[in-house]
Design a protein around this ligand. Structure first.
Ligand code: FES
Ligand code: FES
Length: 206
């Protein structure tokens, strides 16, 4: 007979990593599954998701989108491959470059490190949601005016991270700007112009 979890010497806490991950995914997913969106999952009523695709309701740039993805799909892949929002870039896929930065309830995160299912019930803002080509956000406009890019591949991530920074610190010092975008990498080395653009967006430069 199997021992109760608490008596298992390999697992004295009685709670496996697998069980923990299942519980994490279940709570978020059950709350945002398109069918039964109002249900509140209780661990005893756990719904195991996958491996097949499941429909999720994601709030992105102020609008609700339904996306049908396997539970293993990252938020970045869901945005790019399933919703056509290709502003966030897939570069390192390990949280090391910031190319995939989006806002998660207003906070910058690496969307390559989050499962789409865990974004259910939260506000996601991508670079597409900050402004349009006809009506750029102040940060986007400052990047253009300061020529703050070369290849431009890192630019969406920097724009999103800078937008979050300026919301918290409307008048940041140069050191605060550097710290605010420290998670973003520009392989072309355009940092000085990026910092200048953030200062310009903050109204510190004419
Ligand atoms: S692609 Fe997400 S941090 Fe690099
Ligand atoms: S402009 Fe090329 S990586 Fe930043």
């Amino acid at each position: 007979m199997a021992k109760p979890p608490s008596q298992d010497p390999r697992n004295p806490d009685g709670f496996s990593r697998r069980a923990f991950l299942k519980t994490m995914g279940v709570g978020a997913a059950a709350a945002g599954l398109v069918h039964g969106a109002s249900e509140v999952a209780h661990p005893s009523q756990a719904i195991i998701l996958g491996p097949d695709a499941v429909p999720l309701a994601l709030k992105i740039n102020g609008a609700l989108h339904t996306v049908t993805v396997e539970p293993r799909v990252t938020l970045l892949r869901a945005l790019r491959n399933h919703l056509g929002l290709t502003g966030a870039k897939e570069v390192c896929e390990r949280g090391a470059c910031g190319g995939c930065t989006v806002l998660f309830d207003g906070e910058p995160i690496c969307s390559c490190l989050m499962l789409a299912v865990d974004a259910v019930g939260h506000e996601i803002t991508t670079v597409e949601g900050l402004g349009t080509p006809e009506r750029l956000s102040p940060v986007q406009a400052a990047f253009v005016e300061c020529d703050a890019f070369q290849c431009g591949f890192c630019t969406p991530g920097f724009v999103v991270a800078s937008t979050a920074l300026l919301k918290k610190h409307p008048n940041p010092s140069l050191e605060e700007i550097k710290a605010g975008v420290a998670g973003n990498v520009c392989r072309c080395g355009t940092y000085s112009r990026i910092f200048e653009a953030v200062q310009k967006a903050a109204g510190q430069r004419g």
